[in-house]
Design a protein around this ligand. Structure first.
Ligand code: ASP
Length: 308
């Protein structure tokens, strides 16, 4: 059996067995909740800190719900956008908070690599979970996306998944590719304007498209991404109307995909920019399922790193 995780900062290089264990556990927790279990006490007496240096709606709330449903205490520490120099702020904060005897720190930061720095500097016995660092990784999003696909299409070896939009700045895309490739998805296509695709040597095994009509043809799932303006220079910003006409997911384009194609988006969605409102709200949309699965995946991860 692959060893239990102490921290979760990225899905890259995680063994398939570990990813499957987390997905299986998330599913078991979802079944338990469906049968009426609202609260477990496996993490009673443990304290989890939400340390968010960037805004978040879904991730922060679902980590908090996940921790509480497992019986842990939760402390929220919201810093929001800050201009203070990163290193000073981070370690001052860390040392102050460590004095409160924490068991896990859930961290989101605009600087890629911050969760690993915390792993190096945190007191021993404190687990670090990455809730999104820069454009590098968002491992629990990668897991919940894989879980959402698996629920509908467990036959990963037959699947074509398209990731479309601002992949260059997307930590979600990176964690999705790591999860889906490890789980044996047949093909993950990357689609977007050249300027928003990753460097050519990153994900060399994934076919790249600048034509969304060609990319989505026959696809079994399509994951749409937001333009992450906060990570772009003002000169890089595309014209939104032109962008939608080339890379927006509307009904016409969705018809080019497989009939049962799953429509996914990590949120927040921007209607009329990367996705039409009627597609986001349509019968094939799995966007709210993704949100629901987020709680169970985060329960599974907290259980993995913290259960005694
Ligand atoms: N919520 C996701 C993230 O934090 C996606 C996004 O912001 O566009 O990366």
């Amino acid at each position: 059996m692959s060893p239990r995780l102490r921290h979760l900062t990225t899905l890259e290089h995680l063994p398939r067995e570990t990813i499957e264990r987390l997905l299986d556990r998330a599913e078991a927790l979802r079944d338990a909740c469906a049968h009426g279990t609202r609260k477990l006490d496996v993490l009673a007496g443990r304290t989890v800190l939400n340390l968010f240096f960037e805004p978040s709606t879904r991730t922060r709330t679902s980590f908090e719900l996940a921790a509480r449903r497992l019986g842990a205490d939760v402390v929220n520490f919201d810093i929001g956008f800050s201009s203070t120099s990163k290193g000073e702020e981070l370690f001052d904060t860390l040392h102050t908070l460590e004095a409160m005897h924490l068991d896990a720190i859930i961290v989101r930061h605009k600087q890629s690599g911050t969760p690993d720095e915390l792993v190096r500097h945190a007191m021993s016995g404190v687990s670090v979970i990455n809730a999104g660092d820069g454009n590098r990784a968002h491992p629990t999003q990668g897991l919940l996306d894989a879980l959402t696909i698996r629920q509908h299409r467990p036959d990963f070896e037959n699947l074509t998944v398209v990731i479309c939009g601002d992949i260059r700045h997307s930590r979600v895309a990176r964690s999705d590719v790591h999860a889906l490739a490890t789980l044996g998805v047949k093909e993950v296509r990357l689609c977007g304007p050249e300027a928003l695709l990753p460097a050519t040597d990153e994900f060399a095994a994934c076919p790249r498209y600048d034509d969304f009509d060609a990319a989505i043809r026959g696809a079994d799932a399509v994951i749409m991404l937001r333009l992450q303006k906060e990570r772009m220079a003002s000169t890089e910003l595309p014209d939104e109307a032109a962008y939608f006409s080339r890379y927006g997911l509307d009904q016409r384009r969705l018809k080019l995909a497989a009939k049962t194609c799953l429509v996914m988006h990590p949120g927040p969605i921007n209607r009329g920019i990367e996705i039409a409102g009627e597609v986001a709200d349509g019968a094939q949309s799995r966007i709210l399922e993704q949100v629901g699965n987020g709680v169970f995946v985060r329960m599974a991860v907290l259980n993995e790193v913290l259960a005694r």
